[in-house]
Structure formats: C-alpha cells, structure tokens
Design a protein around this ligand. Structure first.
Ligand code: ASP
Length: 332
C-alpha cells in the first residue's frame, strides 16, 4: 500500500531562531532515515506545502490546500493512504474540516504532529509519525483520524488538551479508536455519517466564537455581534445555558438571527452534550431559533459551520445540518 505524507508545518519540523521556533528542519531527510529498512521504505511519497506554517496561522484556505493535495494523489492512485503532518495548535480544526470535505475517499487519512521538534532529544515526533503511518496502513482505520501520544482518535471528535503533555489530545465525548501497545487495542470502528456529494471548496466565512462569562451584558454581546457575522458559535454554560435573566441578552440573539446570522450553541464543558430545552436558561435560546451543537467539540462545530457556509447553506437549512452527522462528528 502506498502512503503519501503531506507536510504542512508545525513544531515537528521547526528549528530554533532568534524569534522562537520556525519551520526549517530537513523533514524529508528525517523521514527517509525513519522509514529506512522498513516495509514502507520505497512506498512513501512526501509533499511539503508552500508556505510551511505554524498552524496558528491556518485558515479555511489552508484546509482547502490540504484537501486539494489529497485529492490529486488519491486520483493518481485510489489505494493511497495518507498522513498529514500538522501543527498541534489547530490540528483538531483541520482534521474535522478534512473529515467533512473528504467523505468520498475510501482510504484513511491520519493527521499527526508533535509537541517537540524532530531534532530535539526526547522528541515525540518519531513515535507519532510511525504511529500515524502504522494506523494509515493498518486496514482498520477509515475516514479522517488523529494519531497522537499513543492513541488514534476520530479526527472530528478530538481536541487539544495540553500544550506540553505528549498525550496532547483527548476525544472527550467518544472513546479512542485505538490505543498503541503490543498488540494495538482497537475499539469499535468510527461512526460515519451521511457523507457529502459534490463538495465545494472551503472559502473563509465570517464566523465568530464567543465565550460567555458571568457578568456579560446585552450591550457587550450586541457590540461583539455588530455588524452581524454569517454565523456565531456561542460557547454557553453546561448543557447550553445563558444568563437568560440578563435584560436584553436573548433579544440580541433573536435580533441577529432575524438579520440572517446562524447561532450555534456549544458548551464550555470539556465533556458535553448540548440540550437547549433542559433548563429555562437554555430554552430561551432554543425559542429564539438558535441550534445546539449536541456532543460536537468546538473544533468540529466551527469547522462544520465553515464547511456548510462554503457549500452555500444558510438559515434553517444550515441549522438542520448542524444536527446531522456528516462524518461521525456527533451522536444523533
Ligand atoms: N504552534 C505550533 C503549531 O501549531 C504548535 C505545535 O505544532 O505543536 O504549528
């Protein structure tokens, strides 16, 4: 089986500079040494995307550049499995974004990176890359997954949980797909969704993420939503509750919805399932036309909104798709 590796940037290939870590390591040379004398030695190809970025600089255009490269190589050889090397900061956004855009690909795509650059003593780079390649060629993985710190997670269920630990990522609302060991322990296969046909490319849409905190006023929320964005991901409390007794606050939500903004409610809880009608303080949101994100992570919800807007969906249609699984990103 052929493996194609797409290197997009991130700590894994960085070196020290007077202004902090920047891309600059010989990643392709390092990979050649890492895979020498393995069964994959002559079956791996590598593309480095231009420019290599710190993933903090990623945008929906960066997601699309990866999609384009994956599609080019998949068209050349439909049996190719893929590994995407990526910075950890926004890796979970990218892996979710890839999962929506590539539901028609039949071979696995595994995204990984590292907390320490490949040239640093004690780096996690080799373990993560070999683990990702192994997952991609296992015959067990499907769709988009994220390999990190000895675990394979569903790509649209993962979230960065640590800026330093080698575990790095969690999948708070669903079990890992596999845990590394001798042998690997595989869980049930990742859930799939309806898929998406005739996918249009990602374009950047005006979507804002707002965290609520005790004391927020209607005036402040209104200012944050002026002019109204195409969509807002409102990070509320618990199962999707807001300060509903705060004068004018739900009116602001109603006004932006009336102006055409999609309002998606997620939870600030690490483990969560948004249930808007459960409390009076969340019911007000549901009545105003906001839609809950169920058990999606913030990353999955945000990338999904960008995906749906890029497909041309708005209003009620967009809201309905937020509650349906396209690629296993939520439990229906
Ligand atoms: N800032 C880096 C990035 O996301 C962090 C990392 O790769 O671990 O590209």
């Amino acid at each position: 089986m052929r493996v194609h590796i797409i290197y997009t940037g991130g700590t894994i290939g960085m070196v020290d500079s007077p202004h902090g870590l920047v891309p600059g390591a010989d990643l392709e040379g390092w990979l050649a040494v890492l895979l020498a004398d393995t069964s994959l030695e002559h079956t791996v190809s590598v593309t480095s995307l231009e420019p290599l970025i710190d993933s903090s600089n990623a945008t929906p255009s960066s997601w699309q550049a990866i999609v384009d490269d994956l599609r080019t190589h998949a068209a050349a050889d439909p049996q190719t499995a893929f590994v995407v090397l990526h910075g950890t900061d926004t890796m979970a956004y990218t892996s979710a974004a890839l999962s929506y855009a590539l539901t028609d690909l039949t071979t696995p795509i595994v995204v990984t990176g590292s907390q320490l650059p490949l040239g640093f003593l004690g780096s996690d780079a080799a373990a993560n890359v070999t683990g990702a390649v192994r997952a991609a060629t296992s015959g067990r993985a499907g769709g988009v997954s994220l390999f990190f710190g000895h675990r394979l997670l569903a790509g649209n269920r993962a979230t960065k949980s640590s800026s330093w630990a080698f575990t790095g990522f969690e999948s708070p609302n669903t079990a890992p797909l596999a845990i590394v060991g001798a042998p690997w322990q595989w869980a049930a296969t990742a859930p799939t969704g309806t898929g998406w046909k005739n996918t249009k490319p990602y374009t950047r849409h005006d979507v804002v993420v707002i965290d609520l905190a005790p004391g927020i006023t209607a005036k402040r929320l209104g200012a944050l939503l002026t002019p109204p964005p195409e969509a807002v991901v409102l990070r509320a409390f618990g199962v999707g509750n807001i300060p509903s007794r705060e004068p004018g606050l739900t009116d602001v939500v109603e006004q932006v919805i009336a102006a055409g903004t999609a309002v998606i409610v997620t939870s600030q809880c690490h483990e969560s399932e948004v249930l808007l009608g459960r409390y009076e303080s969340g019911d007000a949101l549901a009545r105003s036309g906001a839609v809950g994100s169920r058990d999606m992570t913030l990353e999955a919800a945000y990338a999904k909104v960008q995906f749906l807007l890029s497909q041309g969906l708005r209003g009620v249609e967009l809201a309905q798709w937020m509650g349906r699984s396209i690629a296993g990103e939520l439990r229906e």
